[in-house]
Design a protein around this ligand. Sequence first.
Ligand code: GLV
Ligand code: MN
Ligand code: MN
Ligand code: MN
Length: 423
Amino acid sequence: AAPGLAAPAAPAAPAVLDAVAALAELAGIGADPVRGGWSRHLLDDADRDMRAWFVRTATSLGLEVEADRNANLWATWRAEGATGPAVATGSHLDSVPGGGPLDGPLGVVSGLAAVSRLMAEGHSPAHPIRVASFAEEEGARFGVPCLGSQLLAGEIDTDRVRGLTDATGTTCAQVLEDGGYDPALIGHDPDRLADTALYLELHVEQGCQLAPLGHPVGLATSILAHGRWRVTITGRGDHAGATELVSRHDPMLVAAAAVRSARARAVETDPAARARATVGKLQVVPGGSNAIASEVRLWLDARAEHDEEVRDLVARVVADVEGASAAEGCQVSVSEESFSTRVEFDGGLTDRIGAALAPAFGDVPRIPTGAGHDAGILAAHLPTAMLFVRNPDGVSHSPLEGASDDDIRAGVDALTDALRALT
Ligand code: GLV
Ligand code: MN
Ligand code: MN
Ligand code: MN
């Protein structure tokens, strides 16, 4: 350029979202100072900030962003000439209490990154591509997992959802309304389902199957049947020092029996069922160190290969809890908060994705998972598949969850290859 004259600006290259940088940005939202990790629950401050990031980022990539009636967010690339129902990808931006950085956000970020790559390389898709962020996948605020996808799919009673309460007693209806959603309008969204050709969810691996196989990505075969049960044990609150041992009705003893029974009954189940049962959440009322509890609420999470194996496992645990309750002179009631039947992902779609990945990734391993996903809910309504990104230690639902930067980028490469082939 002549002295004193700036060179003409090069035409702006389409922006490509780097997934690793985007995840670093999201790590600044919802860090939990008490539990460690991240806590982001339906429409709380952290979840709203995550949602704002999604809207801002997708808009800056030139995508059409919208929220559906069920608080799910969607960002669509409607390229010229793209017709018919959309090919959808995505995951969720909410977390478990004190969760890791990737369960959820990795799939949403990778979806946006893959779409930005396809735009930048000049791909001209035959169908719209849509990135979804489903509401309250973990069910941490209202107890019911995959809330947004279950509502969309018409798989949960809307009156029940409106009446769900969080730990402070606030109803889901109120939370939706405060977040700008009309609680009267939630529920089955057949038009949106009909406008979705398929759903491919990318997720950090939960469990450690890919590392020993030496593969950065895997494809899902199935999800264990699983559910959550709320167990309320009522005893008699009293003084820890003044109450004779023989006259106590202490629900904590029953809760302790429930925790031990969950492990023992899962262990005694036929190993082929891959049964597992967990008590990870307990509320003690009133919760004083010098008071015998009046009530204990606990949540039993139970999973196994097949629905009836889960039901049978839960029945055995409940029988143990009832026995322990009778012995202590307490009362127990059990209610089912959620049940998700076993899921088999679409074999034909998974084969197509495997073929699209083969040039760069070779023979991609097919692995089952014990974790629930929105893809599992949608599998009953749409061709659905999942891509997993290697998790070196397998840890998830914990701040220790992780994946290497290289593997995160490999996941975006794989998703990009899959979406290119599917559109
Ligand atoms: C959700 O991640 C679940 O499997 O509980
Ligand atoms: Mn999870
Ligand atoms: Mn998840
Ligand atoms: Mn999940």
